[in-house]
Design a protein around this ligand. Structure first.
Ligand code: BES
Ligand code: ZN
Length: 625
C-alpha cells in the first residue's frame, strides 16, 4: 500500500506560505517546496530541489529525427541542497553548466519506461543549462516523413502523458511538480509550429538554417503537458477564443466538425468558473496520433478519427476541454490517482454534452460507460478496479473503464445524493481553491468532507466515500443509468435476433451511440447470411464513423467474416489510434490461424505508420513472447 494517510496529513497541514520567489508567472508558491507524495514513476526528489521553469532552445532536425540544443532550468532548493535529480530517458547529454561553470553530473542506470536519474551538482547555483539532444526513437516523439502525411511535408508531434516527457526534455517528470516554460525552436522554413503555450511569433523569425518560433506558458503546469507539433499547419477560427490547426487537407473538415467549441467553453465556464488559459485551440494531427485526444493546455491534440463528418464524435473535444479544469488546473499528484484527472473529466464531459445535446444523449453515454465498468469488474483483477490504485500501478497500466467510468460514476452518485446545485457549487470552489495545485485522493476526500459532509453522519453513510475511493468494485449506492432510447435499441436487437431483416432497423434515425449500442449488444456469433444482410443493408464496411466502424469490425472479426477484411485492413493501416488498433489485433489473434495470419500480414505493413506507444503495445499482442 502506498503511504496515503501520511501524505494527507502533510498536504493538508502544511500549506505553502512563502510568496513567489521566481517571478516566473502567476500566483505561485512553489518556491517553498510544498510537500508531495512519493511518485514511484519519477527519480526526482522534489522535497530537496525542484524545477520551477524550463527554457528550451532547440533545433528540430528532420533529417536526423532529433531535437537538439539546450534546456535551462530554474530551480528552487532547500538551502542545504547540493544537487538536483532529473528524469531522463534516451537523451544524449553533451554538457551541463551551473552558475557559469561546467557542472558535475551523473546519469544512473536506466530502467525501462522510468528512465534514469540525472543528478546535477548545483554548487550553490539555482539555474542550470543542459546541452543535449533526443534520440531518434524518443518515446514522446513521432517523426513522420513526407509519405506519411497528407501534405507530403514532414511532421513532428510530441505526446508527454504519462511519463514520456523525459524522452525529450531533461526535467523532473512527475505530475505533482509544476513548471512554467518557454521555448525557442528552429524549424524548417516551409513548416509551422504550435506548442501547448502562447505563440509569440505567429510566423517565426529569421534564424540560421530555418525559422525560429517562440512560445511561453506562464502558468505552472506538470511537464506531461509540454507539447510541440511541427508540420504543414493551417489555422481556421471557430470563435473569438477557439480555432483549429491542421494540415491543409483536413483543416476545413476539422473547423466544420468542431463548430461548437466556443459554446462548449461557455458551458464549462458557467459550471466551473473562468477558463484560465487564454485561447483554446485544437490541433488535428495526422492519423497516427495514438490517442483520441490529449489535453495539452491552450492546444488540445486530437485524432482525425474524431471527424465523422456529422459532428457526432465531438464529445471528445468536450472531454479534452474539460481537462482545462480537471487535470490541467487541479492535477493528480501521482499517476495512481489519475482518476482525479480522467474521472472528473469524464463527468464534466457528460455535463457539457448534456447542456449542448440533451439529457437523452448524456444517458446513452452513461450506459456505454456502465457496460465498460461492469466488464472491468467481471474480467479484471480486483486491484485495478479501485480508483486510488495501490502498489506501483498507475502510469499506464490502469483500466480506462475504471479510471474514467467508475471515476465519473462516483461523481454522478454524489450528485444524485447531494443534488446538482450542491455538487456544482462544490466543484467550482474545488477548482478555484486548488487551482495550479497537485491533488490526491486523500486530499479530495478530506476536502469534500470538510466542505460538504461537515459531520453529517447520515450523509456520510449514504455517500460511502471511502468505499468509492479505495475499494475494488462498485459500492452499493452506485447509480445504474437508464435510457429509453437504448430500451428501444434492445427491442431492435431482439427483433433482429428473431430473424428480422436489417432493412427493418431504424438505422437512419439512430445517432452514433444507438448504432454502437446495437452493434455492441448483438450476439458475438452470427451466421454469414445475417452478417451479409447487415453489411449490405447498412454498408458498414464503408462507414466513415470510426466508432461505428470499430464496433462493426469487432463483430466481424469475432465471426471470421471475410467480406470485412479489406475494410479492416484499410482501417488498421490508415489510422493508428491505440483504442481502435489494439483491440482489433487482439481480436484477430483470438481467431486461430484465420485471424493470426491476417494480423501478421496487416501489421507487417501497418507497423511503420504507428506511434511508438501503439507499436510497442501491438508488438506484445501480435508477437507474444
Ligand atoms: N489524457 C487523456 C489521454 C491519455 C491518457 C494519454 C493516459 C496518455 C495516458 C485524454 O484526455 C483522453 O482521455 N483521451 C481519450 C478520449 C476521451 C474522449 C475519452 C482517448 O484518447 O481516447
Ligand atoms: Zn482525458
Amino acid at each position: 500500500m502506498l503511504a496515503r494517510r501520511t501524505f494527507l496529513a502533510a498536504a493538508v497541514a502544511a500549506p505553502a506560505l512563502s510568496a513567489c520567489a521566481t517571478g516566473m508567472g502567476g500566483s505561485d508558491n512553489r518556491a517553498s517546496l510544498p510537500p508531495l507524495p512519493h511518485d514511484p514513476h519519477s527519480h526526482a526528489r522534489p522535497d530537496e530541489a525542484r524545477v520551477l521553469h524550463v527554457s528550451l532552445d532547440l533545433r528540430a532536425d528532420f533529417q536526423r529525427k532529433v531535437l537538439s540544443g539546450t534546456a535551462t532550468l530554474d530551480i528552487a532548493a532547500k538551502p542545504d541542497a547540493h544537487e538536483i535529480v532529473l528524469d531522463v530517458l534516451g537523451l544524449t547529454i553533451r554538457s551541463v553548466h551551473a552558475g557559469g561553470a561546467e557542472a558535475q553530473y551523473t546519469i544512473g542506470t536506466s530502467e525501462e519506461e522510468i528512465g534514469a536519474p540525472m543528478t546535477v551538482q548545483l554548487n550553490g547555483a539555482r539555474r542550470i543549462i543542459i546541452d543535449y539532444e533526443t534520440s531518434p526513437d524518443a518515446g514522446a516523439l513521432q517523426w513522420l516523413d513526407e509519405a506519411q502525411t497528407a501534405s507530403g511535408k514532414p511532421f513532428l508531434f510530441s505526446q508527454g502523458e504519462s511519463i514520456l516527457t523525459r524522452t525529450w526534455v531533461p526535467t523532473q517528470d512527475s505530475p505533482g511538480i509544476r513548471q512554467t516554460y518557454d521555448a525557442r525552436i528552429v524549424i524548417p522554413d516551409n513548416l509551422k509550429m504550435v506548442m501547448s503555450a502562447e505563440m509569440l511569433t505567429p510566423n517565426g523569425e529569421a534564424a540560421e538554417g530555418g525559422r525560429a518560433w517562440r512560445y511561453r506558458m506562464t502558468h505552472p503546469i506538470p511537464c506531461y503537458l509540454f507539447a510541440i507539433a511541427i508540420g504543414d499547419l493551417e489555422f481556421r477560427s471557430t470563435g473569438p477564443r477557439t480555432g483549429v490547426w491542421s494540415e491543409p487537407a483536413t483543416v476545413d473538415a476539422a473547423a466544420n466538425e468542431f463548430v461548437d467549441m466556443e459554446r462548449m467553453l461557455e458551458v464549462a465556464e458557467r459550471l466551473y468558473g473562468p477558463y484560465r488559459w487564454g485561447r483554446y485551440d485544437v490541433l488535428v494531427l495526422p492519423p497516427s496520433f495514438p490517442y483520441g485526444g490529449m489535453e495539452n493546455p491552450r492546444m488540445t491534440f486530437a485524432t482525425p478519427t474524431a471527424i465523422a463528418g456529422d459532428r457526432s464524435l465531438v464529445s471528445l473535444i468536450a472531454h479534452e476541454m474539460a481537462h482545462s479544469w480537471s487535470g490541467n488546473l487541479v492535477t493528480n499528484a501521482v499517476w495512481a490517482d489519475s482518476w482525479l484527472n480522467e474521472g472528473f473529466t469524464t463527468y464534466i464531459e457528460g455535463r457539457i454534452d448534456e447542456a449542448l445535446y440533451g439529457v437523452e444523449q448524456y444517458k446513452m453515454a452513461q450506459i456505454l460507460t456502465w457496460v465498460g465498468i461492469q466488464n472491468a469488474i467481471r474480467n479484471g483483477p480486483p486491484d485495478v478496479t479501485r480508483l486510488h490504485l495501490i502498489g506501483e500501478r498507475g502510469a499506464d497500466d490502469s483500466n480506462g473503464s475504471i479510471v474514467y467510468g467508475k471515476g465519473a460514476l462516483f461523481l454522478r452518485t454524489i450528485e444524485s445524493i447531494i443534488g446538482r446545485g450542491a455538487i456544482d457549487t462544490y466543484l467550482k470552489s474545488y477548482f478555484n481553491r486548488f487551482a495550479f495545485q497537485p491533488m490526491t485522493t486523500d486530499r479530495f476526500i478530506a476536502d469534500f468532507r470538510a466542505n460538504v459532509v461537515r459531520g453529517n453522519e447520515s450523509l456520510e453513510r449514504q455517500l460511502q466515500l471511502d468505499a468509492w475511493a479505495y475499494e475494488p468494485g462498485l459500492p452499493s449506492n452506485a447509480l445504474e443509468p437508464h435510457s429509453d432510447a437504448f430500451d428501444r435499441v434492445a427491442q431492435q436487437v431482439a427483433a433482429f435476433n428473431a430473424g428480422g431483416p436489417a432493412s427493418a432497423l431504424p438505422w437512419a434515425n439512430w445517432i452514433t451511440m444507438e448504432r454502437q449500442r446495437f452493434l455492441q449488444t448483438l450476439p458475438r456469433t452470427e451466421t454469414r447470411a445475417r452478417l451479409d444482410d447487415l453489411e449490405r443493408t447498412l454498408q458498414l464496411n464503408e462507414t466513415g464513423n470510426s466508432e461505428v466502424l470499430f464496433d462493426w469490425l469487432s463483430l466481424a472479426v469475432a465471426n471470421r467474416y471475410d467480406p470485412a477484411v479489406p475494410s479492416l485492413e484499410h482501417f488498421l493501416t490508415r489510422q493508428g489510434r491505440g483504442k481502435f488498433v489494439r483491440p482489433l489485433y487482439a481480436a484477430l489473434m483470438r481467431q486461430g490461424a484465420w485471424g493470426q495470419a491476417h494480423a501478421r500480414r496487416i501489421y507487417a505493413e501497418a507497423r511503420r505508420g504507428y506511434h511508438p506507444i501503439v507499436a510497442g503495445a501491438v508488438d506484445r499482442i501480435v508477437r507474444p513472447g
